[in-house]
Write a new protein. Structure first.
Length: 406
């Protein structure tokens, strides 16, 4: 029989149940929760784009495209989030994953999603289809007592600190104004960056913060200036851990006040795991004594012409000629002239092909994750050195980051 890739609908109940079981086998979960898994996967089929590789009545593999929007230096792009990729053990080495990713790439192109992002379980499998590491999901493990002592040494420099006022989000009846403030603070931190999700659209519930164990908002002079959110992890028989999901603050006194609030749980919880927005800056400001972890996420340009046109850029004006090779997305291949003027980018057909680059190199440089030397040493680009340096400079910026997993 021939392996086919089909988009699942709610009428495909048999494949939905088999797909839910395949995902539990691949990624874990409660073995007794089959009915609940089926409900969740049915919801994904209804809400997202779910593809299945089938051979007759047998399900061989699945993948899901989730519809997100992602910030790129002040402008947000439609992004296809690839998740829940799994292939049955007996069907491996038959090109099932390749067929699923090929169909997903075509679908994202048809749906006008110029970029795609994923968290890789097996990076080589996605590299073979054009994705490359392009940013990080960063976190740091710290004793809760260290959070509680944030700012204890006092402000750096002369003069007293301004008073930072804290208030808790009401979990039972969250005020609309507080929920709006939380999203506005997140957006102010995320929108200038590269990589964070916009947290808008049907996949995000504005009231979701109220489902966490705690959210504290900080204000200075009556103006909201940051927030922290957390939940306790672990059961009675397991060591407790405080998971800090968002720590958003653009000034040290606000950050320290929020850390101290989270650290007040030191009497009952010993360890904390803090997700880092803008890892370089956050890492400089956090208390010492922790262990940082950086989980990579990968990106692919589905439609590079649209991605460049819709992305934000810095004030640097420059141009470079590219020769792009992208066999899985042939509409990207060929000779292009890339130019950046007044914070806007443009690709036009033609040029000398001074830099030869494939889809993986494009992904890594598009977020500013790597520079010219790294592109060359990794074998992701070659050609004229000055042209390659200009290419990297066009996209250069802070470390690309994300606070959400999917």
């Amino acid at each position: 029989m021939t392996i086919e890739v089909v988009r699942l609908t709610l009428e495909d109940e048999r494949f939905i149940q088999h797909g839910a079981h395949l995902l539990r086998t691949a990624f874990g979960g409660d073995p007794s929760g089959g009915e609940e898994r089926g409900v969740r996967y049915r919801r994904a089929v209804e809400r997202d784009v779910v593809f299945a590789a089938v051979e007759g009545r047998e399900l061989l593999g699945v993948t899901t495209i989730r519809r997100y929007r992602q910030w790129f230096a002040g402008r947000d792009l439609a992004m296809g989030g690839i998740s829940s990729v799994a292939v049955a053990a007996h069907a491996r080495r038959r090109g099932v994953a390749r067929k699923l990713l090929s169909r997903a790439t075509e679908q994202m192109h048809d749906d006008g999603q110029p970029v795609s992002t994923l968290y890789p379980s097996i990076p080589p499998a996605y590299r073979a289809f054009g994705w490359e590491v392009a940013g990080v999901f960063a976190r740091i493990d710290l004793p809760v007592a260290v959070l509680a002592s944030a700012g204890a040494a006092g402000p750096a420099g002369a003069g007293p600190r301004e008073t930072v006022t804290l208030r808790a989000l009401d979990r039972e009846e969250p005020a609309e104004a507080d929920l709006t403030a939380i999203h506005a603070l997140y957006t102010a931190a995320a929108s200038p960056a590269v990589g964070p999700l916009t947290r808008t659209g049907p996949l995000f519930d504005p009231a979701e913060p109220a489902a966490l164990d705690g959210v504290v908002i900080a204000s200075v002079g009556g103006v909201d200036a940051g927030y922290v959110s957390w939940s306790r992890q672990g059961h009675s028989e397991e060591p407790a851990r405080l998971d800090v999901f968002d720590l958003i603050a653009d000034r040290p006194d606000v950050r320290d006040a929020l850390l101290t609030a989270a650290g007040s749980w030191r009497t009952s919880i010993r360890s904390a795991r803090v997700r880092l927005a803008d890892p370089a800056v956050a890492g400089l400001g956090l208390p010492r004594g922790g262990r940082a972890e950086y989980e990579p996420w990968m990106l692919r340009l589905i439609d590079m012409e649209s991605a460049v046109a819709e992305r934000g850029f810095g004030p640097l004006g420059a141009s470079v000629d590219l020769e792009v090779t992208d066999p899985q997305a042939p509409w990207n291949s060929g000779a292009w002239q890339l130019s950046v003027t007044d914070g806007r980018g443009k690709l036009t057909r033609g040029g000398t092909g001074a830099v030869r680059i494939g889809s993986r190199g494009l992904a890594a440089v598009f977020t500013g994750y790597v520079g010219a030397a790294a592109l060359r040493s990794a074998g992701l680009a070659e050609g004229d050195e000055d042209a390659l340096a200009r290419l990297a400079a066009m996209f250069a910026g802070p470390t690309p980051w994300m606070l959400d997993e999917f």
